[in-house]
Write a protein that binds this ligand. Sequence first.
Ligand code: WT7
Length: 656
Amino acid sequence: MSSADPGISSVLAETRVFSPSAEFVANARLNAEKLAALHAAAASDHIGFWGDLAKQELAWQTPFRTVLDDSAAPNYRWFADGRTNASVNCLDRHLGARGEKIAIRFEGDAGTTRTLTYKQLHAEVCKLANGLKSLGVAKGDRVIVYLPHTPEAVIALLACARIGATHSVVFGGFSAASLKDRIEDAGAKWVITADGNMRGGNLIDLKKTVDEALAAGGKSIEKVIVLRHGGNAVSMAAGRDLWWHELLSAQSERCEPEWVEAEHPLFLLYTSGSTGKPKGIQHSTGGYLLWAHLTAQWIFDLKEDDVFWCTADVGWVTGHSYVCYGPLSNGATVMMYEGVPTYPDAGRFWKICQQHGVTIFYTAPTAIRALMKLGDDWPKQYDLSKLRLLGSVGEPINPEAWMWYHRTIGQGKLPIVDTWWQTETGAAMIAPIPGAMPTKPGSCTRPLPGIFADIVDESGTPVQGEEAGGYLVITKPWPGMLRTIWGDNARYQKAYYGQFDNRYYVAGDGAHRDKDGYYWIMGRVDDVLNVSGHRLGTMEIESALVSHPRVAEAAVVGKPHEIKGEAICAFVICKGQRPEGADADALIKELREHVAKEIGAIAKPDDIRLADGLPKTRSGKIMRRLLRSIARGEEITQDVSTLENPAIVKQLISKT
Ligand code: WT7
């Protein structure tokens, strides 16, 4: 589903229900009774509920007196008169009891391994924090992190947090143009990057991309800190570029934390919306950290001897919340793997689980589907008996993939937590508590304690009945929510609260709810695609296409894809004569590369069709729904008589 569809109805009839084993329930941090108590507390006293948890779960330098300030709603403020520091919560408070405990187990692309204890991680974070200070980085400054998925990424995040700098991670797969845009939007003066890294045996030349970004713009950048990691040759600009190891060599392993107000921006993270320009989602320190911390504990049932592996790259919000802040604030051991699931072969994930004794495994449906396709023989070669809990995030998991995950990886008995959330929500919102409730394949189950969700129709009225679909909304503010869009508060208010007059936070997803109150997410309702669990705005891809000299106009829609969830299909109108045959093929190839260069390889259209025009209404609006049907090869049953140029439909169809 895409494009606001009133009266959405669900066709999925999944009736299987899976209960956790008696053993899991007996040992779980939260059982049904404790969960009910949490829900009851949140329902009877929303403010008291959050205030108590914030006091109990986080270390504060100055305790807060006000829990929620809603005087400027929908710009909510949480714990605003309290002061804390995220790195202290993730590191210092564990040094006593957990100083020698492993914080990070790392495996590189080529199989090399490394571990860091909490003490060692603390020392490295302090050294980098001091190094950043020596370069003039101060509280409130934005620092771009463009690193491979190695322990240094976590060190960089926590070092920024330690001195009150706001980090903005750009995923290593993004192009120079995307990096430049983010640098400029954030007004950052520093970039932390690496020479390069290997992924699936291929070199990713990160430093070269940074150089290109800075040659094209990003004039605010003063210094580039370069981690030596890939060993590839790089050019270092005198006065601008410096090596991480040289910067850190003389730094002390102690660094006094900067105590920041709870509302102080911990990070920005750019994500796609329905317009062309990515949004700098701004998260707070106190509220965000509380939510990442609690959800890591509740949903993943974190225990002292767990080895928690969230496979997401730190470049996405999942990596922020479940590689760094959530597990580390709980003092857990985190697994980090630099590479891809299928290198050197399709057994890599399972080999890592065996070798590092992974107990909790959290990944995306796209990876599950890809590995499922490669067959059961791969996981069967490895001892997965240490696993006790599985998770999924990023898009709806289809029941078939859920069942494979359950049977083949979960040995038919492990609970699966399907967690629904967004970059904007900070951490998971609708997800099972594994020891407290049964799960159903394809449903993310029920809102977590303290989260109040609903499903409403076009007028904002809650829908009734099992089959009725509608807009998924959150009806009360929560501490982990985004605070604003960096530099564009009006866009924040409009995008998330505008649709129903500030009554609800609008997620942009469609959903329905069954008789047990379980939520089933039906996908985006706006012009946003979900490709391999990552959001891409159709407008963004269209803008990239139109920036090519030969393109006059472009329209991008999604179509279902077996592994990626959604594939990108682009309809392109050329300037001048439309090329045909080999010329058309060459242009299509060029356009795919062009999009990769403008945004990143993840946004490359899978299917590009050249045409003479786009189907438009008489008011000039592109009929996306029609294009979606065409892309999918569906029979066109819609009325096309109101189109400005009905003949174009025939042309588009004849090309499929
Ligand atoms: C969008 C958010 C959450 C971090 C990773 C993606 C979709 C996410 C699920 C799920 C169904 C899901 C939604 C959401 N989504 N998790 N468990 N079931 N859909 O973060 O890039 O901010 O994307 O991903 O459509 O709105 P994101």
